[in-house]
Design a binder for this molecule. Structure first.
Ligand code: PBG
Length: 322
């Protein structure tokens, strides 16, 4: 049937009919709020490249997390910014490390909140790389030992899920084995399975103070030119024991979200990253775009592409507005 019998506008005539036939929905429980924790007391430190986002000290982060939960967001993704950096990322797996202390404080004050922790070493390494540096290369298997220790220490502090973002080969398997050996079969893994070497992470690197001091991350993060490789590494992460897959960044990778959705049966998350957030905020502040409408459309398009879950700096605000 074609025009004049077929008139698609009939299904767009009012808000009621549009909502009735709308194919994609946004609900607060599908959003994850990233949260940054820093050393110190009574610290709320605004992140200049991410207007509206702050780093919080452990004593302040509990209130922030309560607000997130009250807005209807049930999950946070926690990033730690330590004071001490060295060549072994020792602060990443210290029992009294920044993330470990924050997790137990949050679990005490907001037990219903699901706590996922970013497992990476870049913010804890003096050179800012996500792995152990030998000469001018990143040593894959030596890094696995440190990642595994970090993940286990997060689990011991009370993390529900760990989120390895380092992009070393074999990390999901190594972490799963270690958690199981430690009888922590209850702790899940949300794998940054498809993580591109993206310029969209710029503002985050300021926030987490984790920019590499030499070179770049292209020997471990993926080439944005590649799509088949995304399917390959997503399948590998699933085989290694990931519970949830993730694609990152989100809007530059809508095609990838769609492809990964079709090769795996696992829940799929997409990370709407710092640079995506910063662009919307900057253009919104200039009055060049309708910021709130753009936020909604961005999140909707990520869900439509096939993401079940969205990790976004807008989670708390957007959930509140619904
Ligand atoms: C750590 C990490 C990064 C992000 C999440 N985990 C930065 C990077 O890989 O350089 C980026 C998140 C964002 O931009 O919002 N490796």
């Amino acid at each position: 049937m074609s025009f004049p019998e077929s008139r698609p506008r009939r299904l767009r005539a009012s808000a009621a009919i549009r909502n009735l036939v709308g194919e994609t929905t946004l609900t607060p429980c599908k959003l994850i709020q990233p949260v940054f924790v820093v050393e110190g007391n009574n610290v709320t430190d605004p992140i200049s490249a991410m207007q509206g986002q702050s780093r919080y000290s452990v004593d302040r982060i509990t209130d922030h997390c309560k607000e997130v939960a009250e807005a209807g967001v049930s999950t946070i993704l926690l990033f730690g910014i330590p004071d001490h950096k060295d060549e072994n990322a020792s602060a990443a797996y210290a029992e009294d490390g920044i993330v470990q202390r924050a997790v137990s404080a949050i679990k005490k004050s907001t037990p219903e909140l699901l706590v996922m922790t970013d497992v990476c070493l870049c913010a804890y390494m003096s050179h800012g790389h996500c792995g152990v540096v030998e000469g001018d290369t990143i040593h894959n298997d030596a890094t696995l030992d440190l990642l595994v220790k970090t993940a286990l220490s997060h689990a011991s502090a009370g993390a529900d899920f760990v989120a390895p973002s380092d992009m070393m080969d074999g990390r999901v398997l190594a972490i799963r084995d270690m958690l199981d050996d430690a009888s922590r079969t209850d702790v899940g893994i949300i794998s940054y399975a498809v993580k591109y070497a993206s310029a969209f992470y710029g503002p985050f690197r300021e926030a987490a103070d984790c920019a590499p001091q030499f070179g770049d991350r292209r020997t471990y993060q993926m080439d944005p030119a590649n799509a088949r490789e995304a399917e390959r590494v997503a399948i590998l992460a699933e085989e290694e024991g990931a519970d949830i897959l993730m694609v990152k960044p989100a809007m530059p990778s809508l095609d990838i979200i769609h492809r990964v959705r079709n090769v795996s049966r696992l829940p799929l998350a997409a990370y709407h990253v710092s640079g995506e957030y910063a662009m919307i905020e900057a253009a919104g502040a200039k009055g060049w775009i309708d910021r709130d409408a753009v936020v909604r459309e961005a999140l909707l398009s990520i869900r439509r592409a096939g993401a079940d879950i969205i990790i976004t700096y807008y989670a708390k605000e957007f959930a509140r507005s619904m």
